[in-house]
Design a protein. Sequence first.
Length: 154
Amino acid sequence: MTSHTPPDDAHPYLRAASAGVRHHTRSLAPSDTNPSRQADRPHLDVLHAHLAALLQLLDRLAENTRPRHPAAGRHLATAHTRLWQATSEVHSAFHLLPTTSTEAEANTSTCHPEQLPEGPPVLTICQRHLAAGHSLRRKTTPTDLRAHTTACVR
C-alpha cells in the first residue's frame, strides 16, 4: 500500500523556510515604525547559510532527476550554477561591509583561503563558502562558472 501525501503536507520544512524568507523580506520594507535596514555582516552570514543549503538541495535534485529526465536535470544543474554565483556575490558583499568592533579587535575582516580566519561569523561563512565551492567544482567546468570565483575581494 502506498501512502499519498496531500499537497498541503508535502515538504513542510521547505515551505516553512520559504515562509520565513517571505516574512523577513516584508520585515525589511521601510514603514513609519520601521526605517529601512541595510545589510550587516551577521545578516549576510545567515543569508549565505540559506543559499548554501539551497545549493545542496538543487544539487541533489539535479542528480536524482537527471537519469530519468535529462533535460529537466540539466535545467536544475544550471539553476545550481546560477545559485552558486549568487552565493558567491553574497560572500563577497559580506567582506565589503564594515566589521563590528569585536571583529576588528580579532582582526577577522579578511578572508585568506590559505589560512582559516579566526572566529565567527567570518570563520563560518568562509568555511561554508570554500566547502560549497569545492563541491561545485567537482561537477562544473570553469566555462560554466563564467568568470565567477570563490576568491575573497578583500
